[in-house]
Design a protein around this ligand. Sequence first.
Ligand SMILES: Cc1ncc(COP(=O)(O)O)c(C=O)c1O
Length: 376
Amino acid sequence: MEYKIPLFNLNFDEREVQAACDTIKSGWVSTGPKNAELEQMFIDMWGVKHAVSMSNCTSALHICCKVCGIGIGDEVLVPSLTFAASVNCIRYVGATPVFCDIVGSNHINIDPNEIEKKITSRTKAIIVVHMAGFPAKMDEIMTIASKYNLKVIEDACHGPLSEYNGKKLGTIGDCAAFSFFSNKNISTGEGGMFITNNEEMAKKARLLRSHGMTTMSYQRASGHATTYDIIELGYNYRMDDIRAAIAIEQLKKLPNDLKKRHLIRMHYLERLNNIKGVVVPFADNKEFVSNYIMPIIITKGDKVYRDAVREKIHAAGIQTSVHYPAIHRFSIYKDFPAELPYTEYVTDHEITLPMYAALTDEQVDFICNTLETVLK
Ligand SMILES: Cc1ncc(COP(=O)(O)O)c(C=O)c1O
């Protein structure tokens, strides 16, 4: 079935087509000048010292764990209300994820009190996820991190250009990861970015991205190097220049796209405030944010009721989603038990409504009217 209103839409036009074609015609399609240009745009727009493009956010998160020196025997604090990649990356390096609860329905990010409670002598780092692009409580988290000497990795996948006290998300912790998966604010199909202000981390990330090699093919092809050494056990986490060229066009559009999303969220808030039984997380947020998705919590009933509400909304031609099925409930995490009452409540009551810049006020009204009718 094709939805009348999908969850998201690709903000692509002739500019992305032209950028991809130009790169194909340029004769260089692997990691090269377009990746360098994209990295520089991140450095300029985020006001960060280093940016290293990656094949996706999952690889960027793996690299974050590597450059933070996380390894076997270490514990890493992480929310369960996230996508699997935020947690799997901890296991890629042989460390143990320790799940922390969220603050509650109004603030669905990791709770700093939970972090402090779960710190042990083995704790090495905290992975923070800025859900929907809304900032986690970074002041408290950074204070705890410095008190216990912990690294902070920001999974900023949902929050390109989102801010916290005037700082861009991703620039507050030790390092951060972004995603360019097709449903993200910046879409290239697959792609990602690692950022940091730490030069050593950036150097290591660049090496690990490409097999631990001291030079890249592009440097050799353009006469800047003739040989290479391999000095780290690295990976192939490179992004090609065709995708980087698309990302550049997407990034140019992003500020305007986020302004439109803000207006759409304001319209949603106006309507949802008047619907009984609905809580909108981060409703009191005053920061500039990406509005990657539009999560709501249905206060009535249980998971079965929530799923039935979703079915009825789908029947009206509106796509919804759930962000997220909690990670600690997945089969592969059955050996990592955790008591997370707020996470369990939100994972069973959350519905994600459509959010993208081209959504009209009429469509938002149709979504809210449908929700109101279904809830009655
Ligand atoms: C919070 C979060 N982290 C990580 C990822 C992984 O991103 P990618 O698909 O680029 O590897 C996603 C993707 O949906 C995500 O939502």
